[in-house]
Write a protein that binds this ligand. Sequence first.
Ligand SMILES: *Cc1c(COP(=O)(O)O)cnc(C)c1O
Length: 325
Amino acid sequence: MTLSCPLPLPTYDDVVAAAGRIAGHAHRTPVISSRTVNEEFGAQVFFKCENLQRMGAFKFRGAFNALARFDAAQRKAGVVAFSSGNHAQGIALAARELGIPATIVMPKDAPAAKVAATQGYGATVVFYDRYTQDREQITRELAERNGLTQIPPYDHADVLAGQGTAAKELFEEVGELDAFFVCLGGGGLLSGSALATRALSPRCKLYGVEPEAGNDGQQSFRTGSIVHIDTPKTIADGAQTQHLGQITFPIIRRDVDDILTVSDAQLVDAMRFLAERMKLVVEPTGCLGFAAARAMRDQLKGQRVGVLISGGNVDLARLGALLAG
Ligand SMILES: *Cc1c(COP(=O)(O)O)cnc(C)c1O
């Protein structure tokens, strides 16, 4: 697939508008720093803690921004979304707050905590088999049959503009940075962060970080066209995407400096460090940025570094098993 995006791409103005819509609904999450990390890096490291966002991940930002723009007919009919977890919860919670019915298409093997939370927010959950069934087709059919509006997890202008508000808050709080590490799945978080970075800290090196087993983003970035892969086997379940989006990719290609990868073992090390030393419960996907920053800390000496911690939704039993394993 080549780079063809007929629509005008969203801009930083859309991130600013999103920030206005989510104000009072999403948390302005804390920015945390650690003396131990700063000493280990010989740098100043700022963690933007979206694991402390409502429903436990940044996804609430994009979901709320998208649903807040529904017209009266869309609100009445409802929203449908597919997701392996956090997007589902984000849509479910935002929909409940806005009084919009929500239907979520989820894989049968999604983490139990994520399924329970989605149902707990009042959404109707429809299950599918991620290895044999096409979730996009199932979602499309539900949308057509019931007149629902589909909100995809990343390839949507309002979703990515909402995700960009976390980076906007970080730069507003700490000022310009030399380097910024952001987790990468389908690219909603990274492309929104890129719009905020280029507006607020234009010289900052911006890195997207994905799991080694699913480096479609890195391949796409380097070849210039969207590469599709099979569902990658990785503990980073929030980054098991098969390809970047038609809207996220051109922004990433234009505004991001490089795409890095980390192994599952590096993710477990990062999870352990964040839990033990910083008392932060972070899900495997949420550790991508920090794991990559640690791996290149020698190049970051003396710099001001941002790390986006994207989410904290992990079953405690699973966290224990990963740390013990
Ligand atoms: C969805 C998600 C990601 C990846 O976000 P994209 O917008 O798909 O790139 C990273 N971390 C967590 C915790 C997520 O839920």
